[in-house]
Design a protein around this ligand. Structure first.
Ligand SMILES: *[C@@H]1O[C@H](CO)[C@@H](O)[C@H](O)[C@H]1NC(C)=O
Ligand SMILES: *[C@@H]1O[C@H](CO)[C@@H](O)[C@H](O)[C@H]1NC(C)=O
Ligand SMILES: *[C@@H]1O[C@H](CO)[C@@H](O)[C@H](O)[C@H]1NC(C)=O
Ligand SMILES: *[C@@H]1O[C@H](CO)[C@@H](O)[C@H](O)[C@H]1NC(C)=O
Length: 190
């Protein structure tokens, strides 16, 4: 019967409409998931993973307390993005009670997608700019000097060659120099 045929066709159209809508929803979901998981640009994590002390020289005298040393720091840059991060030369500074006592260069590099890059930084530290000598004297004689380190990496995160986004990452660490063991202890990064 013609009427039945029409009804069946209408039913078929309805079914098709339903599967089209489902298909569109599925596509939207895939796009949303893609944007949320793959296209989202996450922050980079920069930290000091180790700091080695070389040639530590300490003057314990009250009249001219001082310390100097060379540090070899291992900086790690963790990139959890689905694209690489390229940053330019930047400076890692080391401070003692707010006074800069040394700095080193973090050489420009490219951190591959979803990977961690390790970079060596050498820093020559000298307390000659520290003005509060009595405080320095008492810190030196306590055997533990609190130091902090800061760096800001500026660069771009690239996604699929087509997208670039300016991104910067900060490194903020604190540590203690133990003048007896001549080593860095309690290294912690934010
Ligand atoms: C620290 O490193 C600098 C530069 O590499 C070097 O000239 C200096 O002699 C070193 N200082 C010590 C105490 O080893
Ligand atoms: C500490 O500094 C004073 C004054 O500059 C100097 O006379 C003395 O030799 C220094 N001591 C050490 C161990 O370097
Ligand atoms: C980065 O620093 C290195 C070593 O100091 C230098 O050779 C290089 O030219 C610098 N790169 C830029 C882009 O300034
Ligand atoms: C950093 O320096 C240490 C000691 O000099 C060396 O063993 C290590 O391979 C270096 N790491 C990198 C990533 O350059």
């Amino acid at each position: 019967m013609p009427g039945d045929n029409k009804g069946a066709r209408r039913k078929g159209n309805k079914k098709c409409l339903a599967c089209m809508v489902a298909g569109i929803i599925a596509q939207i979901l895939i796009i949303v998931l893609f944007v949320l998981l793959v296209m989202r640009i996450r922050n980079l994590k920069v930290r000091l993973s180790s700091v080695a002390v070389e040639n530590l020289g300490v003057n314990f005298s009250a009249s001219s307390p001082s310390f100097r040393m060379n540090l070899t720091a291992l900086v790690t840059v963790k990139n959890t993005n689905f694209g690489h991060f390229k940053f330019s030369n930047s400076t890692a500074t080391f401070s003692y009670r707010g006074t800069k006592v040394g700095e080193g260069t973090i050489l420009q590099a490219r951190v591959r997608a979803r990977s961690t890059k390790k970079l060596n930084v050498t820093v020559s530290v000298d307390s000659k700019k520290v003005s509060r000598k009595s405080l320095l004297h008492s810190d030196i004689n306590s055997g533990v000097l609190k130091l902090s380190s800061y760096a800001k990496l500026s660069g771009k995160t690239h996604l699929f060659k087509a997208f670039k986004k300016k991104k910067y990452a900060e490194m903020k660490c604190t540590m203690e120099l133990n003048t007896k063991t001549k080593a860095i202890q309690n290294l912690a990064c934010k």
